[in-house]
Design a protein around this ligand. Structure first.
Ligand code: AVJ
Length: 329
């Protein structure tokens, strides 16, 4: 216990993953943060998810970008900088970039440095004229844009993939305020969000027949076992995902199939039979609720594009000018 008392705070201070996992598993309602899904294997599994027949969001958003890319691209003025938040892959930005041939820079921002650098290298090969200037940062925290982007005549933010759905409403508002601060006055923001729809479709998208989503969910335990030396038994936990209509969100959980104890970082975590670890919320929006959220923090709705089935929306916003300097259009 003495050794533990000395090592545990050190582990937690130096490793936010360890600190967050312990805090989440020791909370009265056990939970883990969705951002930790994306280790190398988790990122690979998510890529696989995006190709599943049941998982419509990625495919629908890509189609919107293909169908309306040139129209959406009109929001990006000549010489502007395009800043992509939490980009990961550049495949969506590429569709937008096609419609914006003259840009000061493309700035992908992500916490994963490796992913962003390899994606940037690929894009530089295909668009040798375009300065690709990745920034490794947490998109929810303030960060500085590269000079070229800061000095460009305009900045456009791009936040695709319904990543906004992983945020609680207050976190989404914080993100939008942070984006406003980073992009600056007069900027534009383009957001992709998954729409509220029939529960059957949502439930199927997160309970695919091939069980890739189950594997993606359980991979979080694999990661905790590997990186934190825990002893989760994977066969003792079950993937659960369901649409919570009252809260407009798909919840993912890992349910303990029987009473059990798990050791992690010198601590014992007790599970009751059926007790769950809440691993993800994926909030679903309406065009109106998204507009209200963004409008509430100064992003005025411009145009929104949806597919024929109204499964997904790409919405655009303009940062409201400070009240004292109102400019006419
Ligand atoms: C990457 C957050 C948009 O919520 O649909 C996919 C993650 N989780 N299947 C989503 C996810 C389970 C995905 N986002």
């Amino acid at each position: 216990m003495v050794a533990l008392a000395r090592t545990l705070p050190t582990i937690q201070a130096e490793n936010p993953f360890a600190a967050d996992v312990l805090a989440g598993l020791q909370a009265p309602r056990k939970h883990l943060l969705a951002k930790y899904f994306y280790d190398a294997e988790g990122s690979r599994l998510f890529e696989e998810i995006t190709k599943l027949p049941e998982y419509y969001p990625t495919r629908t958003e890509m189609k919107l970008l293909r169908d309306y890319g040139s129209e959406i691209g009109k929001l990006i003025p000549e010489g502007a900088a395009l800043v992509e938040f939490g980009s990961g892959s550049t495949k969506k930005a590429r569709l937008l970039l096609k419609a914006a041939p003259k840009l000061a820079a493309y700035v992908p921002v992500d916490i994963c440095g490796e992913m962003i650098e390899s994606e940037a290298a690929g894009l530089r090969r295909d668009r040798p004229q375009l300065p690709v200037l990745p920034v490794v940062a947490d998109i929810c925290q303030p960060f500085a844009l590269p000079d070229i982007a800061r000095n460009a005549p305009a900045r456009v933010g791009f936040f695709p993939g319904s990543t906004i759905g992983n945020f609680e409403a207050h976190e989404a508002a914080d993100f939008l305020r942070n984006a406003a601060k980073i992009l600056g006055p007069d900027s534009t923001l383009i957001i992709g969000a998954d729409l509220i729809k029939a529960p059957e479709i949502l439930n199927a998208a997160y309970n695919d027949k091939q069980r890739v989503t189950a594997k993606f969910n359980k991979n979080l335990l694999v990661r905790i076992n590997r990186e934190l030396g825990a002893n989760f038994k994977l066969e003792c936990f079950e993937h659960q995902a369901f649409y919570n209509r009252e809260r407009s969100r798909v919840e993912m959980h890992l349910a303990a199939m029987k009473r059990q104890k798990v050791r992690i970082l010198g601590e014992t975590i007790d599970f009751r039979a059926g007790e769950t670890i809440h691993t993800e919320n994926s909030y679903k929006y309406s065009v109106e609720s998204l507009n209200a959220l963004a409008g509430g923090v100064g992003w005025m709705p411009l145009k929104a594009w949806t597919d024929a089935k109204k499964y997904f929306v790409i919405a655009s916003f303009k940062l409201q000018a400070r009240p004292k300097v109102t400019r006419s259009l």
